[in-house]
Design a binder for this molecule. Structure first.
Ligand SMILES: *Cc1c(COP(=O)(O)O)cnc(C)c1O
Length: 763
């Protein structure tokens, strides 16, 4: 096909114009149509068994560049646009970012779909079509506010399929309409699909913020991802959403099974369902219910379902493991209750230990422990990094590991290097082509070949020049879009991820305070540093909002201080999302991965940064451990207490609250106290909400559940060392090179190949 000619034809048909006369918005729609035509012409991959990846989130990001690359026409389109005076990156600005995910878990699902298609495997995503998605963040008066984020335009990537199912809620049936987004596989001729269910009459965006009537069902079912669950109506709405997704999804699985000519008694031979965290867990009882309707006995239905479903655990944070009151399920989907009770009774009969029960609690107050159901009735349980899986086996899920050792396996996360290197960092990708040939694009382990260039001054200089160009690019984008001026000559030290106490943005802020106080005392740093944050806080997460407030107050304090500003800057990117990530990550010098050891299951941001030549400053947590093993101790900065020690400290405290970690002891240390007490200093508090800062101070000094003060001194030392080392250009450039050279292991193509080999067996 002549790509440019087809673009011209579409532009003529749509707008009656030449390409050169079209605006960026029009060109986006021309390319949207072209991509969709090409996707439609692709076949679905064949296989005896088909995978359905069930997930509450798919943080897919903008699709245009990614799809053009996967369709093999990226270069042709770029060139065609250039020939008529346009640029792909400008056209891309016109694309709204789909708002179907929240953080790492959703982005993982998106990377996985990309890799499943690229490996030519039959596997579709199943989720919900949120209209206002995750909220849009605004930063005003040093605080976060939330607005709806409508992203669906008249012409979008969503394809109506005409397929509908009825979801039987307690209050009556609701129609689920299916929309699809195509997922073309790079270097293949196949495409899979992301299936998104929607209600028939989705409600309009609420006025003003993101508050709405949570009982306005069914029209509100697909308004928002993770509605505020601080009240009962919000929690109930989540259960309604979950059941809507899994009931429609399970019906889709059975419909396709039927269309492929298979009996429901052979479900597990022809379908695999990956349950991405516990949000889709109700697919288990729902499938049992649907199989009973199709005439299977309870034994047969349970047998099929437990060889079809597999569960991925994403966290050991107890508060994130969902337990729903059975009264909620009684209300949302009463037909599931007898099935849940039967599944629970069978599990209890086989394993009387109450620690592994599905239904727990006193009569009248029973809750359903979703993860427990997944483990009993799934055939595989996987963690998402080596350390995380070991912690699941050894402590968090030990009673289950003792029962089902064969179900447990590790699948270290990965990221698609097509989006996270080829598309987001074209200059580095071109250099890699020059150095290694283009094979690394299909086989990222070839990047190891860069190690041969470890002492090649020209390559090292070029890598640094590319980093400098990317830093200027980020500075331009932030100036244009958020009015922020950056100094591209400074060290870019970046922590971007959801705001959570375990991720310890507050510890990063304590470092900023340390440097501020040093400069005020006349101790000038070796070189200027720009500390960049990007993070959304869940709307009802009060402490997270306090931490954002602290960061923004520090930012203002420093911006207004001509003595400090030349040496230390704080920037908080508003509305951190995939689009910003693609600009921030290639521009990063130091990647902050500072979660409390044992708490970050894997992280995937860490992998994206590494691939783009940022050097990690991190704890020995999640996949940081594997990064450290791959790059070696000279090419990463690690600090802080070990996960074993942290787990021991929590155990001690559980045995006796006076034991274990005691934040006030650390707070008393002379190097720590002034940093924390700065939260009460009028110099800072006059810029914001003294009560919020006081509440944060009280929490850190009295509780500090994620132990910032335990690690803060070693953190400061490691960070100072990294910033010092940065000054030795060739020394630093080699670290950059090693990080990119060793990132191939973290390709999600590798992860997906392992899922298929060990869990799915699709071909
Ligand atoms: C990769 C990614 C994440 C996950 O980052 P972590 O550092 O692993 O928590 C979150 N949000 C966006 C937009 C991402 O691209």
């Amino acid at each position: 096909m002549d790509v440019k000619q087809r673009m011209q034809e579409i532009a003529q048909a749509k707008y009656g114009q030449e390409l050169s006369q079209c605006g960026d918005g029009q060109l986006y729609h021309v390319l949207l149509q072209l991509s969709q035509e090409l996707c439609q012409g692709r076949r679905a991959p064949a296989g005896e068994r088909k995978l359905y990846y069930f997930s509450a989130e798919f943080l897919i990001g903008k699709l245009l560049s990614n799809d053009l690359l996967a369709l093999g026409i990226y270069d042709q389109v770029s060139q065609a646009l250039a020939e008529c005076g346009h640029s792909l990156s400008a056209v891309e600005e016109a694309e709204p970012e789909p708002s179907l995910g929240n953080g790492g878990l959703g982005r993982l699902a998106a990377c996985f779909l990309d890799s499943i298609a690229a490996l030519g495997l039959p596997g579709d995503g199943v989720g919900l079509n949120y209209h206002y998605g995750l909220f849009q963040q605004e930063l005003r008066d040093n605080k976060q506010t939330e607005r709806p984020n409508p992203w669906i335009e008249d012409e979008s990537w969503l394809i109506p399929t005409g397929i509908e199912f009825e979801v039987p809620f307690g209050f009556g049936p609701v129609k689920a309409k299916l929309f699809d987004i195509a997922v073309p596989g790079a270097h293949t001729d196949v495409a899979n699909r992301l299936h998104l269910f929607d209600v028939e009459h989705p409600a309009p965006a609420p006025e003003g913020g993101i508050d709405f009537d949570k009982t306005d069902l069914p029209d509100r079912l697909t308004s928002f991802l993770y509605p505020d669950d601080s009240d009962e109506a919000g929690r109930l709405l989540r259960v309604y959403q979950q059941y809507f997704m899994v009931s429609a999804g399970a019906q889709l699985v059975l419909k396709e099974l039927d269309e492929r000519g298979h009996d429901p008694r052979s479900l597990s031979a022809h379908a695999a369902i990956q349950i991405n965290d516990t949000h889709p867990s109700m697919v288990i009882p729902e499938l049992v219910r649907l199989l009973l309707q199709r005439g299977l006995t309870m034994d047969e239905a349970v047998e099929q379902v437990s060889h079809t479903c597999a569960y991925t655990n994403h966290t050991i944070l107890a508060e994130a493991l969902e337990k729903w009151p059975i009264s909620f399920i009684e209300k949302v989907a009463p037909q599931l209750v007898p099935i849940l009770k039967e599944l629970d009774a069978r599990a209890k009969a086989a394993h009387p230990d109450s620690a592994v029960a599905i239904i727990q609690g006193k009569p009248g107050q029973e809750v359903v422990h979703m993860a427990h159901m997944d483990i009993h009735y799934g055939y595989s349980v996987n963690g998402v990094a080596a350390l995380h899986t070991e912690i699941l086996k050894g402590s968090e899920l030990k009673p289950f590991y003792d029962i089902y050792p064969g179900k447990f396996n590790n699948k270290t996360n990965g990221v698609t290097l097509r989006r996270w290197l080829e598309v987001c960092n074209p200059k580095l990708a071109a250099l890699l082509d020059q150095c290694l040939g283009t094979q690394w694009r299909t086989d990222p382990t070839q990047l190891n070949g860069l190690m041969d260039l470890y002492n090649d001054a020209a390559v090292l200089e070029r890598m640094q020049a590319i980093k400098a160009e990317n830093k200027r690019g980020l500075a331009d984008a932030l100036r244009r879009e958020q009015g922020v001026e950056l100094d591209p000559e400074s060290v870019f030290d970046i922590q971007v991820k959801r705001l959570h106490e375990y991720k310890r943005q507050q510890m990063n802020a304590l470092y900023v305070i340390r440097k501020y106080l040093d400069i005020k005392a006349g101790k000038i740093p070796e070189r200027p540093v720009t500390v960049i944050f990007g993070a959304k806080a869940a709307p009802a997460y009060v402490m997270a909002k306090h931490i954002i407030h602290l960061i923004l107050c520090l930012r203002q304090l420093i911006e207004d201080d001509p003595q400090v500003r030349p040496w230390l800057r704080v920037v908080m990117v508003e509305n951190y999302n995939v689009t910003w990530a693609e600009k921030l990550i290639p521009a990063c010098d130091i990647s902050e991965q500072i979660s409390l050891a044992s708490k970050e299951a894997s992280g995937t941001g860490n992998m994206k940064f590494m691939a783009n030549g940022a050097v990690t400053l991190g704890t020995r947590d999640g996949a940081n451990v594997e990064i450290a093993d791959l790059v070696g101790p000279d090419n990463i900065y690690t600090f802080g207490a070990s996960s074993n020690w942290i787990i021991e400290l929590y155990d001690q405290k559980a045995r006796d609250p006076k034991m274990g970690y005691q934040s006030e002891l650390y707070y008393r240390r002379p190097a720590v106290k002034p940093l924390v007490d700065f939260l009460l200093d009028p110099v800072l508090t006059r810029l914001g909400d003294a009560e919020a800062l006081k509440a944060l101070w009280t929490d850190i000094t009295g509780k500090d559940w994620f132990m910032s003060l335990l690690d803060v001194e070693s953190y400061i030392a490691a960070r100072d060392r990294a910033i010092h080392d940065y000054g030795d250009k060739p020394f630093w450039a080699r670290k950059m090179l090693v990080n990119t050279a060793r990132c191939g292991f973290f390709s999600s193509d590798r992860t997906i190949a392992e899922y298929d080999r060990d869990i799915w067996h699709l071909k």
